[in-house]
Design a binder for this molecule. Structure first.
Ligand code: SF4
Length: 277
């Protein structure tokens, strides 16, 4: 492949990214917020996410944003003063990055806001970084400066039609597993967040088999149809009717959860949590 062809391809990719996402730069008053996610704090330098996963549970945020922002997934608010806000600010307890966005979404490639936040952050802070993108590998040098850090990748094994429909813009499972492998080689504590678990579409045994060597623990989360929203429910019903039927039937879903728990318990892995909504 010629250099000029690669150059044009990368330019086109950047252009598409620019057109796709509306960037809204804001200044925030504070950056660490109390969290109800099993950790003390969360930090979101971005609000909104251009990964545009169809099931995204964070889309409830849009009701607190102006209507002219547009549809969830088409805009990203960047707290451009986030690096200043974290500077010289120590918080006690684990900090989760990020709960309503992905710190390594596409826009981060050019904005480098997450990187700047990590640069400015007090390295004594206990940090959990979670993402669906292998862009996380870019910041390994900064992660090494933290004394307590855990890095997690969401792995759900969606492929083919499910990947295209549910999370078209994120790294593939293979890329995410490769990222975990590299993070582990660099001696970081790593985990896999298996989510959203959907009957017929997720192979728990396979995910565990492919990741076990590179991760310290697992978190599991079953699909939350209400949180995922109407469009996701309609798509699941239309494209994967058997899965949909199992999700909406209380008894079938209960049985599915039971079977999954049996699989999880038989795998000799450390489990941090199993979320059932
Ligand atoms: S990566 Fe997370 S925050 Fe971003 S769109 Fe997907 S589910 Fe939502």
């Amino acid at each position: 492949m010629s250099t000029s062809f690669l150059w044009i391809t990368s330019k086109i990719k950047k252009l598409i990214e620019k057109v796709k996402t509306k960037l809204i730069k804001v200044k925030s008053k504070s950056i660490f917020t109390k969290s109800g996610l099993g950790v003390k704090w969360s930090i979101n330098q971005y609000v909104g996410c251009d990964h545009t996963c169809l099931y995204c549970y964070a889309k409830f945020i849009k009701k607190w944003r102006p209507a002219n922002y547009g549809k969830w997934g088409t805009w990203v608010e960047a707290k451009i003063n986030a690096p200043e806000l974290v500077k010289d600010k120590y918080v006690n307890g684990w900090v989760y990055m990020s709960s309503i966005s992905d710190p390594y979404q596409a826009i981060e490639k050019r904005l480098k806001l997450t990187r700047k936040v990590l640069e400015s952050m007090d390295k004594r802070i206990k940090l959990i970084v979670q993402t669906k993108s292998d862009l996380v590998l870019r910041d390994i040098d900064l992660f090494k400066e933290f004394k307590n850090i855990e890095i997690g990748l969401t792995v759900n094994s969606f492929s083919g039609k499910a990947k295209k429909l549910f999370e078209p813009f994120v790294s593939t499972s293979r890329q995410r597993i490769k990222a975990l492998q590299i993070l582990k080689k660099n001696k970081f504590k790593t985990y896999v967040f298996v989510s959203p678990i959907i009957p017929e579409l997720i192979d728990l045994k396979d995910i565990i088999k492919r990741t076990k060597k590179f991760v310290d623990y697992y978190w599991f989360e079953f699909i939350n149809l209400r949180g995922a929203g109407k469009k996701f429910a309609e798509t699941l019903k239309k494209e994967f009717p058997a899965s949909y039927k199992m999700v909406i039937d209380k008894n079938e879903f209960k049985e599915f959860v039971k079977e999954c728990k049996q699989i999880i318990n038989s795998q000799n892995i450390k489990v941090r949590g199993i979320e059932i909504h």
